[in-house]
Structure formats: structure tokens, C-alpha cells
Design a protein around this ligand. Structure first.
Ligand SMILES: C[S@@+](CC[C@H](N)C(=O)[O-])C[C@H]1O[C@@H](n2cnc3c(N)ncnc32)[C@H](O)[C@@H]1O
Length: 359
């Protein structure tokens, strides 16, 4: 965690806000380990004397999550997972734990996003199609549609940043402090490693539970503008109307409540601020219960079950169910790939939407 980002983004205590609606800023209470300008281990405290909740900073990533006890008890393996084991020992663990294990699920996720985000910088990556970088291409398209490159921005979020390449790209394009937030600790650890050490290290799935270790240096000229925090997209720990723009690539169908996520964006954006969202509408009840899906069911209804009209309605001024905070500005589509293993790349057509916070 960078002190500069703590000052710029001013996180608030998510517990106090949920309980009383009051704003209490988080303060840096303890620094256990600091390397250059990164706090690698430490504690943030709620400044409310009646609360004083602790939010740990682990491996350079502050965990600013409302139910920190549940999060840590459910993710203690991910948080305490060793990163120093050799590829050989990791492969033995992978074989023993087997397909579908927690270790396998972590490695599969990291493999998908490590490849798409950083594969273009990997000297060992094969030059054959499909090439990595599909998220960057959708993001670039979103930047062009939103015309944010010429806007006067102070604070920008990359929500659902995963392993972080989009956050580095936004810093380079916008030349402003960018904060990448996600809830997946192993992915954030890779992002923080690229930021602090300039090295990307991830297991790239070949077949079954066979993963090849990939490790290569990365350099991002605007890395000083980047930081990564663990935060819930549906309960963003920022003051209302404090963020100029938020990018969120392929997240809307991954959160437990898409409506709460849109409401959280609507709350933290400044009037006139922009949200750039991409979504392939790949609904799954493991991520979002069906009641929370935007479309994807009820094909007898007016939109015949499609997702796009539901999002459009939510972002339109004159629909009874519309959000009062965000309005659709422009939309398009863009191809996005998720590489599962050597012989399986899933192709999506991601719906790209630019919305604006109502004044
Ligand atoms: C489909 S991935 C997309 C990642 C990246 N934006 C991209 O396009 O390559 C969705 C990401 O959202 C994150 N995510 C899911 N639910 C979240 C939540 N409630 N808050 C923050 N991030 C979340 C996941 O951990 C994952 O990194």
C-alpha cells in the first residue's frame, strides 16, 4: 500500500458506514514492514474511537472489507499460501490435491488472468493466435468511447482489477493515481508483485492439473501512480461523490449483487463522473444467485430474457426500475477471451457500456 494512495483515496470504515451511515476515515496505525514507498505489512484502524476496527495490510495489499473476520476465515489458505515453493513441489501438491481442489481453483484463475493480462510481455509465450491482451483491447475501446483521456481526472478506480494489468494501462493512459480493487487475494498478490518487484510469476495451465511456472520482468513507466487494495465492489469504502471515473472490465456478472455494485458505483462517482463497464453476461449461480442476474431468465418477459435491455433500463431516466444515479451514454461490444488451458480458449463478446453519474 502506498501512502500517496491512502491520502488520495481516503478509505472509510465499511463497518461504521454500514452500521450508522457515518463516515470515519481509516488511519495508518502500524507499519511493520516498509520497502521503498510500499507498506508491505501493517494495520489500518478506523478513526472512530467506538469502532477502532483493524484492517490488515498483507503482502502490500490492504484488506478493507466489511466482514474482515469472515473474509479471512474463508480465505486464510489463499492469504497464507506460500509463494516460495519450487515448481516441482508445487506440481506434487497439485497432483495430490487434485482437480477441483482449492489449490487447483486458485491456479486455474491465476492462469486465465495471468495469461491474458501479461502474456504479451512473457518472452516464452507462443506467438500463435489467440493472443493474450483481450482485456486490454476492451479497456482501450472503453477509453476511446468514454473520451476520458482528455478529461480532467483526479481519482480513478479499476474495479475487479484481478492481476492488475488494466490498472497499469489506465495509469499510463490517464497519468492520474489509479487504484485497482478486487476481492481475490492470490490475484492481488500477483498485481502487488508486479508493482513492487517488477516481476510477474504465475502458473500457466497446460492440461489437467499440469501448470508451467512463468516468471518474467515487467516495467510500467506509470507504476508510481498505481496501488492495489482488497475491497468489495458492492460496498466500495470511499466517500460519496469522491471518484472521477471507474472502469470495471468483466465484473458485473461476477459479483453477488450486480444491483448493489451499480449502486456502489453511483454512490462514489462525482456528479458527471464516468463508469466504463464491460460484461459478457456469463451468468452463473456460483457467483450470483439467479434473483440477482440482469436478464438471463424469464424469456416470456418483454426483453425475452436478454441482459442488455435490463442494463439499458436501469441506466435510462424514464424507466420505473431505473437507477437514479447513472445514465447510459454510449455502448458497443468487444471480443474478450479466457484461456482455460492449451487447447481451450473461451471466446466472449463483452458488452461495453459508458454511463455517467447524474448531476
Ligand atoms: C471475470 S474477472 C475479470 C478480471 C479483469 N477485470 C479482466 O477483465 O480481466 C472478475 C474479477 O472480479 C473480481 N470480483 C468478483 N467479485 C468481486 C467483488 N465483490 N469485489 C471486487 N472484485 C470482485 C474477481 O476476483 C475477478 O478478478
Amino acid at each position: 500500500m502506498r501512502r500517496q494512495h491512502l491520502e488520495t483515496f481516503q478509505p472509510v470504515c465499511p463497518v461504521c458506514r454500514a452500521a450508522t451511515g457515518q463516515i470515519h476515515f481509516l488511519e495508518l496505525a502500524t507499519v511493520i514492514k516498509e520497502v521503498d514507498d510500499h507498506i508491505v505489512e501493517g494495520l489500518l484502524h478506523c478513526s472512530n474511537i467506538q469502532c477502532q476496527r483493524e484492517y490488515p495490510i498483507i503482502d502490500g495489499v490492504p484488506l478493507i472489507i466489511r466482514d474482515i473476520r469472515s473474509y479471512l476465515s474463508e480465505n486464510v489458505f489463499q492469504v497464507c499460501q506460500r509463494t516460495d515453493l519450487s515448481e516441482t513441489i508445487e506440481s506434487v501438491l497439485g497432483d495430490c490435491c487434485g482437480h477441483g481442489s482449492t489449490l487447483d481453483a486458485i491456479r486455474q484463475h491465476i492462469s486465465c488472468y495471468g495469461w491474458d493480462h501479461y502474456g504479451d510481455l512473457d518472452p516464452e509465450e507462443s506467438p500463435v493466435d489467440p493472443k493474450p491482451g483481450s482485456m486490454l483491447r476492451v479497456l482501450q475501446h472503453g477509453l476511446e468511447l468514454s473520451e476520458l483521456k482528455s478529461a480532467d481526472l483526479q481519482t480513478v478506480l479499476d474495479v475487479g482489477c484481478s492481476v492488475g494489468r488494466g490498472t497499469f494501462a489506465l495509469a499510463e493512459e490517464l497519468d492520474r493515481p489509479i487504484l485497482g480493487v478486487d476481492l481475490n487475494f492470490p490475484m492481488l498478490r500477483i498485481a502487488a508483485g508486479a508493482l513492487r518487484d517488477g516481476v510477474v510469476r504465475y502458473p500457466r495451465r497446460r492440461v489437467g492439473v499440469v501448470y508451467d511456472r512463468r516468471e518474467f520482468p515487467v516495467t510500467f513507466p506509470s507504476a508510481h501512480l498505481v496501488d492495489f487494495w482488497a475491497c468489495d465492489a458492492t460496498a466500495l469504502p470511499f466517500v460519496e461523490q469522491s471518484v472521477d471515473a471507474a472502469f470495471s472490465m468483466n465484473l458485473l456478472d461476477c459479483v453477488h449483487s450486480p444491483m448493489e455494485f451499480l449502486a456502489a458505483l453511483g454512490s462514489v462517482l462525482k456528479p458527471g463522473g464516468s463508469a466504463v463497464l464491460a460484461c459478457p453476461y456469463d451468468w452463473s449461480s456460483s457467483a450470483t444467485s439467479m434473483e440477482g442476474w440482469l436478464g438471463g431468465h424469464s424469456q416470456r418477459g418483454p426483453g425475452a430474457g436478454a441482459s442488455e435491455p435490463v442494463l439499458r433500463q436501469l441506466l435510462s431516466p424514464d424507466h420505473p426500475q431505473s437507477l437514479t444515479t447513472l445514465r447510459l451514454v454510449v455502448e458497443d461490444n468487444g471480443p474478450w477471451h479466457v484461456r482455460m488451458h492449451d487447447r481451450n480458449v473461451v471466446s466472449y463478446d463483452s458488452h461495453l457500456v459508458v454511463a455517467q453519474k447524474c448531476s
